[in-house]
Design a protein around this ligand. Sequence first.
Ligand SMILES: Nc1ncnc2c1ncn2[C@@H]1O[C@H](COP(=O)(O)OP(=O)(O)OP(=O)(O)O)[C@@H](O)[C@H]1O
Length: 262
Amino acid sequence: MKPILEVKNMTMAFGGLRALDSLDICIHAGQIAALIGPNGAGKTTFFNCITGIYKPTKGDILIFPKGKQERINGLKPNIVTKKGLARTFQNIRLFESMTVLENVMIGCHPITKTGVLGAIFRGKATKAEEKFIVEKAYSILEKIGLEMYVNELATNLPYGAQRRLEIARAMATNPFLLLLDEPAAGMNPQETKSLDDLIIKLRDEENVSILLIEHDMKLVMSLSDNIHVVDYGKKIAEGTPEEIKSNPEVIKAYLGDESYNA
Ligand SMILES: Nc1ncnc2c1ncn2[C@@H]1O[C@H](COP(=O)(O)OP(=O)(O)OP(=O)(O)O)[C@@H](O)[C@H]1O
């Protein structure tokens, strides 16, 4: 299996608190992987470090575009996105007063070429690019099953559809790795089931690998090829759902508490 993201020995300290402590995590091409652990274990901090929001105190973040290793520590979030890592957030962050289509078109921004002058003078190249972006955004909405909302304001969408729209916007950046921070949070069982189907479809049809942070253990166990478990910023286990479910240390630190609902 080929690695697409390799994080080595990563530490993130906030003053005296080590939110991440010498963490090693490797994601392989075509994998659906999960990062789980109790509240405050460091999961979102991990996403913030690899997407350039935080600069890790220590460690290496490596990606492998076209098989060649590249270190992405310290790059700005927009550059990390351009390099193929896209994410969604724990709390929905949509442009509420824009339409569904516009939200996805904005996601296309990192892959556009025409600049400010192009936008002012609206030459041939700009118009062609605009057409391309509208078509691309629409086709993503179709794949994600949101095309019926295309001209609706994002704020008017049902909750589950808003969460899917965030995924659509992330997909507009052509990622090789999609990072989903609690995508099922607040969803009803029907919305969670269709999220499960969507994640598998994206992996199988869109050539994207997935890393998700999630507290819904039923979803995690049914979706994941590989699970990484963190506690107090340290990795305490890694393995298949079956291995993780029966790991005594994981049961003690996390699965034993009431949030476990698999
Ligand atoms: N910017 C920050 N400054 C100081 N401390 C922070 C900062 N961001 C996170 N922390 C701390 O780092 C630790 C890890 O937080 P993080 O949000 O990464 O946990 P988490 O595993 O994502 O939790 P949850 O499951 O509740 O979302 C917590 O103790 C948190 O308070």
